[in-house]
Design a protein around this ligand. Sequence first.
Ligand code: XMP
Length: 511
Amino acid sequence: MSDSRELVLVLDFGGQYKELIARAVRGLSVYSEIRPGNMPIEEIKRLSPIGIIMTGGPSSVYQPGSPTCDPAIFGLGIPVLGICYGMHLMCHTLGGEVTAGGAGEYGRVTVTPENPVSTLFHETQGKPFEALMSHRDVVSRLPAGFRQTASTAVCIAACENAEKKLYAVQFHPETKHTDGGSEIFRRFLYEACGAAGSYKLDDYIDTQVGLIRHKVGGGNVLLALSGGVDSSVCASLLSRAVPNQLVCIFVDHGFMRLNEGDEIERVFSKRKLRFIRVNAQERFLKRLDGVADPETKRKLIGEEFVRVFEEESAKLGDVPFLAQGTIYPDIVESGGSYGATIKSHHNVGGLPKNLKFTGVVEPLSGLFKDEVRILGRKLGLPAFLVNRQPFPGPGLAIRVVGDVTEEKLNVLRKADAILREELDGVKNRPDQYFAVLTNTCSVGVKGDERTYSQVIAIRAVITGDFMTCDYAPIPHKTLGCISSRITSEIPSVSRVVYDITSKPPATVEWE
Ligand code: XMP
């Protein structure tokens, strides 16, 4: 990052939505980084941000060991926006009062701005709007110098000390469940922080090509390529920077969708890089034999992947550099902040530190997913790759609930292919959709025969960020068609169900 670049710090107190905040800020043309909430004040001063945003979090300010920040933050003269727990912490630290243990508010709630309208709510012109609330504690007395700027039926929904440029909201403007949330950030950035808004991706490719060449010199670079968006864009960027020095290893673990391994091979065999496909299907299946627990499955697949990759890279001889398609959220996730682990994600980027390489190249590590897609388009990757839906590292192995066998994988592959055929071209296509083999059998009737066979679940979600989602309202006619095709084209399936759960409380994947 150049010293002259405007920076907004997102201080993390364990909130699920910290990345959405940072991405919302970047989407408004201001560079943002997520840092731990207890970041030392000297470090903050050194970075000289134009604004600070304090995230929400699961704690209560009165809980022993709850995350805190250096109180001096509020005296730096830098505008601060506290969100949910960030609001509690700001008010508590500055002498206000937080009351714990009430009934709280969850879901979309009407927020009514107070007069005179806060600069944050100018876009709503003081009219009530719907906002996502997810809190138990509330601010019950404001610190000296603060005024209430919005309320709900049960709480102080926002407050501020405009003179000191300290702002706080109880709700979550970073989620799409809050109407006009982006405008609230825009007003904070451009009115309170006086941002110029100069952050853009245009010069990213040239800068990275230069940095990669400088770092690797004449050395060879090895990339673990999954065919997903991140590793594909990484491969493309590297093949532009060091085309004759790049080797891409694609480990086919056998948990890919129908024909997917061949498609990946077809695309990358044509590009300016050395492409090696490792067919490791059998050894992965053997490793998972009889394993039903989701977390164990994820761990074993991750470990086996590393083993295969180590073996293959050893065969190559002199390759001093490892490239990884790590993106910014991967770095934030592994930063060891205050959040709770919900699932351990496996990516091809998740390689151990003891691999023997002189250096690691991670040219996408400053970017969010949608920024990576923009870059992919600029690099000329085909649309089907750039717009690809997320596909988990452990692949179909975590979409077969319980233990995994080749037979089950084949059933799931067929069902998934039918689902994709039916949904790929529809208007208002869901953001992610796939089939799940539920590991449940049910009674059915085919012809005049009683059957007792597998239940397939369809999962289709609407989401912008893949961190929260709503189930997709697929028309019943389409659902009926999918169900009828799956049950008639796959003999061992006699029932199809549709998953109508949002996230939270469910997750996108079943395991
Ligand atoms: P969950 O199930 O956590 O999924 O709600 C959120 C998004 O992440 C994808 N996902 C993964 N991606 N490695 C990945 O690269 C993984 O292990 C993994 N698990 C889930 C999921 O498909 C959804 O888009």
